[in-house]
Design a protein. Structure first.
Lengths: 415, 428
């Protein structure tokens, strides 16, 4: 009896404004563009999708469940530009059928560059979830499902999570199925939930593709595919960007209609049910251990880090950024620290990707820049200015001053 | 397929992209086995001049044993027609040159008394010379056999139209630049009329970019279905390497290479240079080329207070071009209106990253290049500074750009032209 486990990633980056080498101020972000995009996506996706899921949860009286991972930088923007979306998330939280996952507050690649910074960002995100929704996340997902053995060990050592979510990449699983709970190599009690990328991408990417043999995808058809797994797996992890609804797949593709009927179609089979990630963790025992020595992610066909770190511009930009960590933290300047952390948002590096640049594809669609080169130049100009702020502050701040208590310095989002 | 091609001298005998394009395209056609009779104007300083000179593949004449490139071909026959026409010349420049020529002759005649000062061999003004050239080409064409006529840029159009009318053979005119590119809004009406008539009378118009296609359609009123875009290619010199020069130079070098004319936007280059020098010091700007805005550019550099940082080299040829590329950290093409722009491709081929104006045809085909509106000198400076400051940017631009440029081949351009010939012949 497969349990269907939905988890939606909800994130909006903070895009930089056009910043040249001649700019001298510390306004780095394009507030008006960020506001416009946030409101647009709220209207096309977040609001209608939240309302739909709320309705489905009520209709199915606790049998339909989902999980979200909401980034800190998204929530800050929602609070500023679209507070009504926040209130619908609150309503969802109150149903008791929605789980919120933990991740890095800044949707960053910090795990790869600074463990200290990574832990601070995860803690900050956990605090935010507690503050907003009154519950402590017990399942962790890393930015873009970036994962390897070391991440699992670190998360287990942090001692506050029961499970980690990542991609069910073929080269990791080989003959094994993603439809079971696994144990990360070297871990004793942290479990691993793996994305069923085939069924997830059927919804997230292929849904409106008319060249796809299965087009049009109906809820009935998808329900049958799920039921067909019966006996051949414990759980089907459907992990995708929340923007799939209304933004990646426009409303006129019928994506909302599909979702409206999906719970019925899945629950039609008495053996099927819906579970949140923590329920899956509680319900199923791991069937084996998964070894991931080389870092994976859920991006592109490569399922690796090349979308963010594939060329010299990307690696130098991110390297220079993390090189400033000590300097930035030593200033004890909260605004400077926040700016530095917002530069860690992984999207800034994604924009610099030259991998599929020539073909024009998904990378281009979400890119506010004309070219990866423009994005690099802009980022480096901002970083250069941020660095000069560190230098300016360094003299005035006492080296010995301890960093402010993390728990206090947190949550700027209040509702 | 036999083509009567009305073209121009190959580099290094003229500067600019027109000769380069004629060479690249003709060579590729030669390799594809197309029979070409290549007719070009050439000043021949000899008392034995006949108007038409046939140059067989074995020909190695001319001063300093030049024009050696013409011997590389198997299927192309070169026919030089004695004419003072030169690519990129203007009516004023032509008249000035003719006057100089005449006075030189008079002076020589006065000194030696033996040289006869005959009437001018060439037309007294540019338009008359264009017509004279047309009649000579028509004369020549009577003895030639060919299936199509292919003419490059306006000075050859009257000749091409005349030959087409005489023989009834289909005509394709190839637009490498228009009067609007060269002169902005102050177009020369006579040149415009010649261009327009050539395009109207032609069976097909080849534009070197969609940018130029737009001008042909909007400014010359040519129906869009008659115009086809064929991008230029680039000739690989094969000496490229990915190694950054190991010599640690104190100064970075930003290169402008091209004719210093209004069209090429030299003043925007200098304005950007001034802004760059406002934030960094260890950089020098080199303007390689000559043209009617050269002296004004020297003056402007001085007026902007950056005279000591800008170097004017004059027109560079051959090895000197390679040398300057080897020294350059960035090539900038700030053109106000550039139908295509082969030079950035050559820069990339020499491992130099490029910054090109968005008002250019080449920006349609290059992705791994920095792009900027020619008038946006702040952004131009911003990008120049970034390239000079960040090695990873240079490296990525260079590696991807060099790879990209390898895909732009003259053979593809030639194939596209052949396809157009074939379409015309079927239609006839």
């Amino acid at each position: 009896m497969p349990s269907v486990c939905f988890y939606f990633q909800v994130h909006q980056p903070m895009r930089l404004r056009h910043y040249t080498v001649f700019d001298r101020d510390d306004r780095y972000f394009d507030d008006s563009k960020n506001a416009a995009i946030c409101r647009k996506v709220a209207n096309k996706c977040y609001l209608p999708a939240n309302r739909l899921l709320l309705k489905l949860i009520h209709e199915h009286q606790g049998r339909f469940k989902v999980a979200y991972s909401l980034t800190g930088v998204l929530l800050e923007q929602l609070e500023r530009y679209s507070p009504e979306v926040l209130s619908t998330f609150h309503a969802l939280a109150e149903t008791g059928c929605v789980e919120f996952l933990a991740e890095t507050y800044y949707h960053s690649l910090s795990f790869l560059y600074s463990r200290k910074e990574f832990i601070e960002q995860v803690r900050r995100h956990v605090d935010l979830m507690e503050c907003l929704f009154g519950r402590t996340p017990t399942v962790f997902r890393n930015t873009e499902l970036i994962y390897d053995n070391d991440l699992a060990l670190l998360i287990e050592a942090m001692g506050c999570f029961d499970a980690i979510i990542t991609e069910g990449a073929d080269h990791v699983l080989s003959w094994r199925s993603p439809n079971f709970v696994y144990l990360p190599k070297g871990c004793r009690h942290t479990k691993l939930l793996l994305k069923n990328y085939k069924l997830s991408d059927d919804i997230a990417f292929r849904f409106s593709n008319r060249d796809w043999a299965e087009w049009p995808l109906t809820a009935g058809k998808f329900g049958q595919w799920i039921s067909a797994i019966n006996g051949d797996g414990d759980v089907v992890n459907l992990f995708m960007d929340y923007e799939t609804f209304g933004e990646h797949q426009w409303e006129d593709t019928g994506i909302f209609e599909f979702m409206r009927h999906l719970p019925d179609e899945i629950l039609r089979h008495p053996d099927n049910n819906f579970m949140t990630p923590s329920e899956v963790v509680a319900a199923y025992e791991p069937v084996g251990s998964v070894d991931v020595p080389r870092t994976i992610s859920w991006a592109d066909i490569e399922r690796d880090l090349s979308a963010w770190l594939g060329n010299p511009m990307q690696s130098s930009a991110i390297h220079e950024l993390y090189r400033l960590e000590k300097k930035v933290k030593r200033t004890a300047d909260e605004r400077l620290l926040d700016d530095w952390r917002k530069l860690q948002i992984s999207d800034h590096f994604y924009y610099m990707c030259t991998k599929y640049f020539a073909d024009g594809d998904v990378h281009k669609y979400f890119n506010p820049y004309d070219s990866p080169y423009d994005s690099y130049i802009n980022f480096m100009n901002v970083l250069d200015h941020l660095q000069s702020r560190c230098a300016g502050r360094a003299g005035r701040v006492l080296e010995s001053k301890p960093t402010a208590n993390r728990r206090e310095a947190q949550v700027s989002v209040t509702v | 397929m036999r083509v009567l091609m009305l073209g121009w001298e190959f580099p290094p005998f003229i500067s600019g992209g027109l000769g380069t394009a004629c060479y690249g395209l003709t060579r590729a056609m030669d390799q594809l086995g197309v029979q070409v009779t290549f007719v070009l104007p050439r000043v021949v300083e000899s008392q034995y001049v006949t108007h038409v000179r046939l140059l067989t593949p074995g020909y190695r004449g001319g001063r300093d044993g030049g024009h050696a490139r013409e011997t590389e071909f198997e299927n192309v026959r070169f026919t030089a027609i004695s004419s003072a026409l030169q690519a990129y010349t203007t009516a004023d420049a032509y008249e000035k040159k003719m006057a100089e020529r005449l006075s030189l002759r008079r002076m020589m005649a006065g000194r030696f008394g033996s040289i006869e000062v005959g009437g001018l061999d060439y037309g007294g003004d540019l338009y008359r010379e264009v017509q004279r050239y047309a009649s000579l080409v028509t004369e020549l064409a009577r003895q030639e056999e060919f299936d199509v006529i292919h003419a490059h840029d306006w000075m050859t159009y009257p000749a091409a139209v005349a030959v087409a009318m005489m023989t009834g053979k289909p005509l394709v005119v190839h637009i490498h630049s228009t009067e609007f590119d060269r002169s902005g809004e102050h177009v020369n009406q006579r040149v415009y009329d010649i261009e327009r008539e050539g395009m109207e009378r032609a069976d097909r118009v080849i534009a070197v970019s969609h940018y130029t296609c737009g001008i042909v359609v909007n400014r010359y009123g040519i129906p869009v279905e008659k115009v086809q875009v064929v991008y230029n290619g680039v000739e690989r010199n094969g000496t490229w390497s990915f190694v950054e020069t190991s010599i640690k130079r104190e100064e970075r070098l930003v290169l402008f290479l091209g004719r210093i004319t209004m069209q090429k936007g030299p003043e925007y280059f200098l304005q950007a240079a001034r802004r760059v020098l406002g934030v960094m010091d260890n950089v020098r700007f080199v303007m390689a080329g000559s043209g009617d805005m050269m002296y004004r550019s020297v003056e402007l550099a001085a007026r902007l207070g950056i005279g000591h940082k800008v170097l004017f080299t004059g027109f560079l040829r051959g090895d000197d071009v390679q040398k300057i590329y080897r020294l350059a950290d960035l090539y900038v093409m700030p053109s106000v209106s550039e139908p295509f722009g082969i030079a950035p491709l050559e820069a990339l081929d020499n491992d130099v990253p490029v910054l090109i104006s968005k008002q250019s045809g080449v920006s349609e085909v290059l992705r791994h290049a920095l792009k900027v509106d020619f008038w946006d000198v702040d952004e131009m400076a911003n990008k120049i500074v970034a390239v000079l400051k960040y090695a990873p940017l240079r490296m990525t631009l260079r590696n991807h750009g060099n790879f990209e440029v390898r895909k732009l081949r003259w053979k593809d351009a030639a194939r596209n032209c052949i396809r157009i010939y074939e379409e015309m012949l079927v239609a006839v």
